[in-house]
Design a protein around this ligand. Structure first.
Ligand SMILES: [Zn+2]
Ligand SMILES: [Zn+2]
Ligand SMILES: [Zn+2]
Ligand SMILES: [Zn+2]
Ligand SMILES: [Zn+2]
Length: 247
């Protein structure tokens, strides 16, 4: 039936990948894997697209590997619905062996591998040959001697772990200086406001004192006047009373 040479090259999904053993109907006769991009020939047999095209390329008679009926390459139809149903089958993460416990839909495999913490990836820093699990990347980056990053202050200096500690960034110094300046300005404005308030309080107090002094002077004057009047009145009073008594 299936040519071993062809099946070794072609494209179904490894049966071992699936959480539950896939239905026999979903197995490609050519590669013995689960159908990847399933297509149906005129004889109704279904194969991975890649598998049947490679089969037809190699076999001169252009016949179905299952029933030997002739297969016309232009009469092969992609089975989208079946492809989608297969995409919904649950698989284990391919990094299960490295510790990933996740199961996911077959169609999410690519997305998952982009974020799987157990995916083996090369260190992203140029010149580093280390291969590591994604979850270890951060710890590795802290020590990787090929680690390079532009200064976060935006001064344009590219730093390594060695130069980072010694980097005396002019931007940072300027920013700190400007922050201090701003702080001083705020304090100066607050002091000025306080001074103006004190000045106005003092002016108010001066006015009050002035008024008090004025009223004291007025009272003095009044007292003087009263005293004078009292002096006059006592003389005339005694006079008048004596005149009253004499009459
Ligand atoms: Zn196949
Ligand atoms: Zn057939
Ligand atoms: Zn994973
Ligand atoms: Zn590295
Ligand atoms: Zn800098």
């Amino acid at each position: 039936m299936a040519d071993p040479d062809v099946s070794s090259q072609s494209g179904g999904y490894d049966v071992e990948l699936f959480v539950e053993t896939p239905d026999y109907d979903l197995i490609c006769t050519i590669c013995q894997g689960v159908l990847r991009c399933p297509v149906r020939a005129a004889c109704h047999h279904i194969f991975c697209k890649k598998c049947i095209l490679q089969w037809l390329k190699r076999c001169r008679q252009q016949t179905c590997p299952c029933c030997r009926k002739p297969v016309n390459q232009s009469l092969i139809f992609v089975m989208f619905k079946l492809g989608k149903a297969i995409g919904r089958l649950k698989i284990k993460c391919k990094n299960e062996i490295r510790g990933c416990p996740d199961t996911l839909a077959l169609s999410e495999q690519y997305c998952h591998s982009m974020s799987c913490l157990f995916e083996l990836i090369p260190c992203p820093y140029q010149g580093c040959r280390a291969q590591l699990l994604r979850r270890d990347l951060e710890a590795h980056a802290r020590h990787c001697e090929h680690w390079r990053q532009p200064c976060h202050m935006g001064c344009g200096t590219v730093l390594s772990h060695r130069t980072q500690a010694q980097h005396n960034c002019y931007r940072q110094l300027r920013q700190e200086y400007e922050a201090r300046q701003r702080n001083h300005r705020v304090i100066a404005v607050a002091l000025q406001r306080k001074m103006r308030r004190m000045q106005s309080t003092m002016a108010h107090m001066k006015r009050q004192i002035g008024l008090i002094c004025e009223s004291l002077e007025v009272m003095d004057d009044l007292e003087e006047v009263e005293e004078e009047e009292l002096g006059d009145n006592s003389g005339s009073g005694s006079f008048s009373s004596s005149s009253n008594s004499s009459s």
